[in-house]
Design a protein around this ligand. Structure first.
Ligand SMILES: Nc1ncnc2c1ncn2[C@@H]1O[C@H](COP(=O)(O)OP(=O)(O)OP(=O)(O)O)[C@@H](O)[C@H]1O
Ligand SMILES: [Mg+2]
Length: 412
């Protein structure tokens, strides 16, 4: 749950301010089109957009009533609350089958804070994108609930339940057992496959815009699934090189050129992917204010330990207790560096990332000889240098209200 930021430039602000779409139980899909970026008018031959694709698939989503979801969560009982993000709270719930027959189903229900237009817009985007996208590495949206009542609007989303929480929880959560090396690689490969589908596997290009470890959810077998499509955008069409938008995202993950110019491309996602690769290697957050100054910014700190250098292994997560393949780790660090190329064009495509991660998995599986040292010696190392207290997440210390609605505006 990192702090999100928004940088509004006057031009984009006026362009994006629209009347709130009224998505009600009667499913007015025209209104769901409101999140689209204004772009040049497409020709007759241009590919279908997400809105058109959504119209064909919207019947796959179940429309829930508020009372159904109240019942599912025992009136949003706080004991059933499983998470809290910038959008609102997430509850574990049990829903009855649509026709009343068959088994009940355990789900995750996200209840949005919808005090403003931005939150609602993101809710619409989430319904639209997840209504269309269909891939084993993306979380499944089962349905939604929208109510515009006298006491304000209510917006809820119902997802398949992911029992192992998020990658963030495991990498940084002190209460969680650490995820072993092999599992880390499988998780990041799955996440890469999910993103390759978004970038390269559809009629339209989808820019995810919110890739971070808290959005990689884990199922019962630790298979990863990408979640949170509220910030997703269709890629540029009609020969354009980028989509122009007010930069929105999470601090620490957004690509520098996107923050500076608002020009969004799939290469911005690749940058964020590079950041998460380093999180996986080091077990550190993008910002750790409790560490010595030199070590606070993850991307600056790792530069002192190049992938080919002898000192490289010093950045590796101590919680791995040296149980990792150094060859694979170096390969992944090099991959991360290429994702974090200042020049967006020089970053690899997601399908290339997938291939390199597969090679890293192969490196790791090729015998234990490349594993760093015995667990015995590493345990000594662990107790000497691993200080769990220093892993306290920065954003949680700083942020009292993480709502995207109230997110600090960095630049007016
Ligand atoms: N489908 C799900 N199944 C199980 N747990 C979930 C599910 N969706 C979300 N969660 C839990 O709720 C937490 C909060 O999720 P949410 O997406 O609201 O916020 P976030 O990703 O942590 O932060 P942000 O709002 O800044 O993106 C997740 O980290 C996860 O632990
Ligand atoms: Mg999330």
């Amino acid at each position: 749950m990192m702090k999100c930021f928004m940088i509004f430039k006057d031009k984009s602000k006026s362009r994006e301010r629209r009347s709130a779409p009224e998505l009600s139980n009667k499913r007015n899909s025209d209104n769901l089109g409101s999140n689209r970026v204004s772009k040049s008018t497409g020709s007759a031959s241009s590919p279908r957009g997400i809105t058109e694709m959504y119209k064909e698939k919207e019947q796959n989503l179940r429309v829930f009533s508020v009372s159904e979801l109240r019942e599912a969560t025992k009136d949003f009982n706080r004991l059933l609350k499983i998470g809290e993000g910038g959008f609102g709270s997430v509850y574990k719930g049990t829903i009855r089958p649509p026709n009343g027959q068959g088994d009940s189903m355990v789900v995750a229900i996200k209840k949005l804070n919808t005090q403003g237009l931005q939150g609602h817009k993101q809710w619409v985007a989430e319904v639209q994108f997840l209504g269309v996208l269909d891939h084993p590495k993306l979380v499944k949206l089962l349905g939604y609930c929208a109510l515009d009542g006298e006491r304000g609007i209510q917006r809820l989303l119902v997802y398949e339940y992911m029992p192992n929480k998020s990658l963030e929880d495991h990498l940084f959560g002190r209460a969680m057992p650490t995820i072993p090396w092999g599992t880390r690689l499988r998780i990041i490969l799955g996440a890469a496959q999910g993103m390759a589908y978004l970038h390269e596997g559809l009629e339209v290009q989808v820019i995810y815009r919110d890739f971070k470890s808290s959005n990689v959810l884990l199922d019962k077998d630790f298979n990863p699934k990408l979640s949170d499509f509220g910030l997703a955008r269709e890629g540029p069409t009609g020969g354009r090189t980028h989509v122009s938008t007010a930069p929105v995202g999470t601090r620490g993950y957004a690509a520098p050129e996107y923050i500076e110019t608002g020009h969004l491309t799939i290469k911005s996602d690749i940058w964020s992917f590079g950041v998460v690769l380093y999180e996986i290697l080091t077990g550190r957050r993008t910002l750790e204010i409790k560490l010595p100054k030199m070590e606070q910014k993850l991307l600056d700190w790792v530069k002192h330990f190049p992938a080919d250098s002898k000192r490289f292994n010093m950045i590796m997560d101590h919680r791995l207790q040296n149980q990792y393949s150094l060859t694979a780790a170096r390969r992944i660090a090099k991959l991360a560096d290429s994702c974090l190329n200042k020049n967006a064009k020089d970053r690899p495509a997601m399908s290339e990332v997938v291939e390199i991660l597969k090679q890293a998995i192969q490196d790791s599986e090729e015998g234990t000889s490349s594993y760093v040292s015995s667990p015995q010696s590493s345990r000594t190392n662990l107790s000497a240098s691993y200080k769990p207290a220093s892993y306290k997440p920065v954003s949680r210390l700083e942020v009292t209200n993480t709502g995207r609605e109230t997110a600090r505006r960095v630049r007016a």
